[in-house]
Structures are given as structure tokens and as C-alpha cells.
Ligand binder design. Structure first.
Ligand code: GDP
Ligand code: IMO
Ligand code: MG
Length: 420
């Protein structure tokens, strides 16, 4: 099979960007299939860190095709900034990157609506990145959206005005102050940059390339626990982050799917509101945050940190059909005397292995304690050279999930990767 999918199994920020960049040499095409600039995918090489929001993480490899698929929502203003700060010249990027004509466009008013809705929710706010994701997908589903092909049409401004006045009418019902001009300037400049790129029906191209034997890697954004159907609703994002989302978000049949790589951190983090059974509001949580540099790549917010959660990991493996597990940030756990792994929950005094439906459920994690390791592991490149306690930690996860861990990441650089 020539179509592999890599996606996050937790609440996002598992290290997707780093790993997609690291394994891109094995692929011809790297494609994003959902989400938008709410994503922040970091990768490092030659001592430089890059953070990508819309652009697939294969962009730094000069002989690869990168595609922004139909399932993605694009903010032209963010796109422009990203293109300008990337490094490779515009003429080179025009060769490397293609955009689906069916991708929906985030309008300036979507961002304003996102902020107005969050304010209205008060203490029940989602903790959105405020990039306009929810309102843009709402308009897509309501058949009111603007698609990428429409920015090429002569009646584009008429469409823009019509969408904007519809949104401004909604905003009249909100006690929310905003300055649309502040957003519009960058947005229209972004439209000009977007128009330079090939905006085509990428589903034809992708399927043709797969038939020709080219290899496609679909790069997930967010994580399974933020999926609009299977995540901790309503504290989720507005797209299908799971493996089936790669098929709808690119226009490829599930019959073509090969490997499904599920990526998880050696512990857990979450940014934004919503349930997090293993969250540690103590010194250990602070230590994970400091050592792991757990601050949001998109918003800079401190990430909530906690121990690894097996019931949610198993749930994600099941929903996605994960064939191989990739574990990141193993290095962050060096120096802990003991480590905990949550193997089940206690809900209402009863042991439970399933994710509760209600975000209000009081969930007590049941932990197994494992010995830690002292050594720093960033320099290690062979599985066999890893500390015994880390190997036992990995093997314990494999036993509990029934899925092999075939890649271990021991640092943010693309070289700091061990394949097994
Ligand atoms: P993504 O959204 O899944 O791509 O993940 P982010 O880039 O938002 O967050 C992951 C963070 O961890 C980034 O700062 C990465 O540079 C960093 N990172 C990735 N893998 C590793 C690793 O194995 N060890 C350490 N220490 N940092 C890592
Ligand atoms: P990557 O791809 C972590 C979270 C937000 C919020 C919820 C909804 O970098 O892993 P939205 O902006 O979609 O309305 O926010 O989802 N969230 C993420 N958390 N990583 C992300 O992306 C996220 N994208 C959205 O914090 O709780
Ligand atoms: Mg991220």
C-alpha cells in the first residue's frame, strides 16, 4: 500500500511535525487533511526550530510534493506569514506546495465569531486557539463556506462581501467589540499570495500518483481526543482528526490505506479546557512542563501535564486502527525515580476501562508504578542502547495496548530518532 497516515493519539502536540519531517525521506507526497492554523507543528534540524501551522511538515525536503487537502481550513493571513518565514524562496515553494480547490477559507469574521462565541461561553469556554476554526467548519457544514477555487473567480469580492455581511449580522447580537479592518489587511494580502499557488482538484492528482506507485503520507493535526466525534466533546476541535478523516480530507479510498502510525508522548499533555484524568497539578506536573518545554506552539499557553493514560491510548488505537506506535519525548522522563502509568479508571467506585461520555464524570486514575532511569538519552540512536528501565516502560505499553512501538523520539531534532 502507498498511503500511510500519521496522527496524534492524545490531545495534540504529540510531536507530529518532528516525526513527519524525520520520515519524509520515505515518501513522495506529504499531505495535511484536516484542521487549520490551530495546529502548531514544530520540527528542528541544523539547530533551527520551525513551527508550521498550515503547511505540511514535508516542506523542507526539496524533492517532495506537499498538499493542503480539501479537509483543511485555510486562513490566507496565516498562510502568507508562514510562506514568508519558511526559508525556501517563493519560486521553490510554488513547486513544492499545492492546494486543494475544495479547501475552505477562514474569513476575518470567522476569527471574530470564534472570539465572540468563546466569550459568551464564559467559564465553559473550549479554550479555542481563536483561529476561526469552529466558525469556518460550521459554515462548511452549513453550506455557507467559501472554497479555495472561489478566490480565483471574478465575483470573489461579491462573495466575500456577502459572507462578511452575514457574519456581521450575527455579531450584532453579541456584546463584542472588534475592528474588522485590523484582520482584513493581512487577509487580503494573503489572498494575493494564495492565488500564486496551484489551486487544483488534488483528489485526482493524489489518486493518479498513488496508482503510479508514489508514496503518500497523510499528516494529522490535533489529536484523537480532540476529534469532533470521538474526543471529549464539547471540548474538542471541529474536524475529524482520526484516520478516516484522512480519506475524506484527501479524497482517497480507505481501501488504499497501508500503515496507520499513532504518535503519543511518553506522558500526556493538553492545552485548553476539558477532561484530563491523569492531570498533575503539582510539582511533578510542573517538572514535566519545564523539562518538556510544554508551552503551546500556536498560542504559547502552558500545557497541562500528566502521566500516560492507557485507557485513552487504547481507545485511540481502536478508533484509528493504529498499526504502529511512535513514542516521543522519552528523554523528558529521564531522572524520575519512579514513573506512573494509568492502566484503568475508577468511576463511582467501580473500575472502568472505557472513556466516559460526559465531560463532568469524576474519573480517578488507577496507576501502576514503574522504575525510572537516570541516564540522559538524547545521544542514543540504537534501541538496544536505551536504559533497561525505559525498554521495560515501552514493553509495558506494548503489552497493554497490543501494538508495537517502532519509533522512539529522544529529542526535538530530526536526528534524535530511534527506529526499531
Ligand atoms: P505537534 O503539534 O504534534 O507537531 O507537536 P508540537 O510541535 O506542537 O509539540 C511538540 C514539542 O515537542 C515541540 O516543541 C517539539 O520540538 C518537541 N519535541 C518533539 N519530539 C520531541 C522529543 O522526542 N523530545 C523532546 N524533548 N522534545 C520533542
Ligand atoms: P496540533 O496539530 C493542541 C485545542 C485547543 C482547544 C480545542 C479547540 O499542534 O497538535 P480550536 O482552535 O480547534 O477551536 O480549539 O482544541 N487544540 C489543540 N491542542 N494541539 C493542537 O494542534 C490543537 N488544535 C486545537 O487548545 O482546547
Ligand atoms: Mg502542536
Amino acid at each position: 500500500m502507498n498511503f500511510d497516515i500519521l496522527l496524534g493519539l492524545q490531545w495534540g502536540d504529540e510531536g507530529k511535525g518532528k516525526i513527519v519531517d524525520a520520515i519524509s525521506p520515505d515518501y513522495d507526497i506529504i499531505a495535511r487533511f484536516q484542521g487549520g492554523p490551530n495546529a502548531g507543528h514544530s520540527l528542528e534540524f541544523n539547530n533551527i526550530k520551525h513551527v508550521l501551522h498550515l503547511i505540511p511538515s514535508g516542506i523542507f525536503h526539496n524533492n517532495k510534493l506537499n498538499i493542503i487537502g480539501n479537509g483543511v481550513v485555510i486562513d490566507p493571513a496565516v498562510f502568507k506569514k508562514e510562506i514568508e518565514n519558511l526559508g525556501p524562496s517563493l519560486s521553490e515553494l510554488l513547486k513544492r506546495l499545492i492546494i486543494s480547490s475544495r479547501a475552505n477559507i477562514i474569513l476575518p469574521t470567522h476569527r471574530i465569531l470564534d472570539a465572540a462565541y468563546e466569550l459568551q461561553k464564559g467559564s465553559e469556554k473550549i479554550g479555542s486557539t481563536l483561529k476561526g476554526i469552529g466558525p469556518a467548519y460550521t459554515d462548511k457544514a452549513a453550506r455557507n463556506g467559501m472554497r479555495a477555487w472561489e478566490i480565483l473567480r471574478p465575483d470573489f469580492m461579491k462573495k466575500y462581501d456577502s459572507h462578511t455581511s452575514y457574519h456581521l449580522a450575527i455579531l450584532k447580537n453579541h456584546d463584542f467589540k472588534f475592528d474588522i479592518e485590523e484582520y482584513e489587511a493581512g487577509w487580503f494580502e494573503g489572498i494575493e499570495i494564495l492565488r500564486k499557488f496551484r489551486i487544483i482538484n488534488t483528489e485526482y492528482l493524489i489518486n493518479d500518483l498513488i496508482i503510479q506507485g508514489k508514496k503518500l503520507l497523510a499528516e494529522g493535526a490535533q489529536g484523537t481526543m480532540l476529534d469532533v466525534d470521538f474526543g471529549s466533546y464539547p471540548y474538542v476541535t471541529s474536524s475529524n482528526t482520526i484516520s478516516s478523516g484522512a480519506c475524506t480530507g484527501l479524497g482517497v479510498s480507505p481501501k488504499k490505506v497501508g500503515e496507520i502510525f499513532g504518535i503519543f508522548k511518553a506522558y500526556c499533555t493538553r492545552v485548553g479546557s476539558g477532561p484530563f484524568p491523569t492531570e498533575l497539578n503539582d510539582q511533578t506536573g510542573n517538572r514535566l512542563r519545564e523539562t518538556g518545554n510544554e508551552f503551546g506552539s500556536t498560542t504559547g499557553r502552558p500545557r497541562r501535564c500528566g502521566w500516560l493514560d492507557i485507557p485513552s491510548l487504547k481507545y485511540s488505537i481502536m478508533i484509528n486502527g493504529v498499526t504502529k506506535l511512535f513514542m516521543t519525548k522519552a528523554d523528558v522522563l529521564s531522572g524520575f525515580k519512579t514513573l506512573k502509568i494509568c492502566t484503568s479508571y475508577k468511576i463511582g467506585g467501580k473500575e472502568c476501562h472505557e472513556i466516559p461520555i460526559s465531560p463532568d464524570s469524576v474519573v480517578e486514575p488507577v496507576y501502576t508504578e514503574l522504575p525510572g532511569w537516570e541516564e540522559s538519552i538524547g545521544e542514543i540512536r540504537e534501541y538496544d542502547s536505551l536504559p533497561g528501565a525505559l525498554k521495560r516502560y515501552i514493553e509495558f505499553i506494548e503489552t497493554l495496548t497490543g501494538t508495537p512501538v517502532t519509533l522512539i523520539s529522544v529529542g526535538p531534532d530530526r536526528k534524535e530518532t530511534i527506529t526499531r
